[in-house]
Design a protein around this ligand. Structure first.
Ligand code: B12
Length: 66
């Protein structure tokens, strides 16, 4: 809740707001909607399937940001 929003803000402030930011880790489920609202497009938590992460990324890179 500290670092991810700061990264997105710094990117936007420096004219790099088009950079895709996604992440993961041991993150409380309650924090995930707040992080997504801040512009972290996707959060993966332990147990996330690596294939699912790769599939999400491929799909996201093929589609324009919403
Ligand atoms: C994908 C990934 C994740 C995914 C894992 C998805 C899953 N299935 O659980 C998510 C986003 C959930 C994640 C979380 C975390 N990660 Co991670 N992760 C990676 C990453 C980018 C790739 C790993 C991978 O896919 N390897 C390929 C597959 C084939 O090998 P594998 O052995 O099966 O990989 C598995 C393990 O690596 C495990 N895993 C991932 N991270 C961690 C962290 C720890 C401490 C443990 C025990 C296991 C673990 O999940 C992978 C997939 O199942 C690496 C960076 C890298 N390039 O290695 C960091 C990395 C391994 N993660 C790291 C860290 C610090 C974490 C977190 C502690 C972050 C946090 N503060 O919450 C958590 C801990 C998760 C846990 N307890 O399992 C560090 C470990 C540093 C260290 N030397 O201890 C790395 C090296 C990134 C970094 N440079 O800081 N991670």
């Amino acid at each position: 809740m500290t670092l991810f929003p700061k990264i997105v803000k710094e990117l936007r402030d420096r004219g790099a707001g088009d950079v895709l930011v996604f992440g993961g880790g041991v993150i409380p489920s309650g924090d995930i909607p707040a992080l997504e609202a801040e512009g972290i497009e996707k959060i993966f938590t332990p147990g996330a399937n690596t294939r699912d992460i790769a599939a999400w990324l491929r799909e996201r890179l093929a589609a324009p940001a919403s």
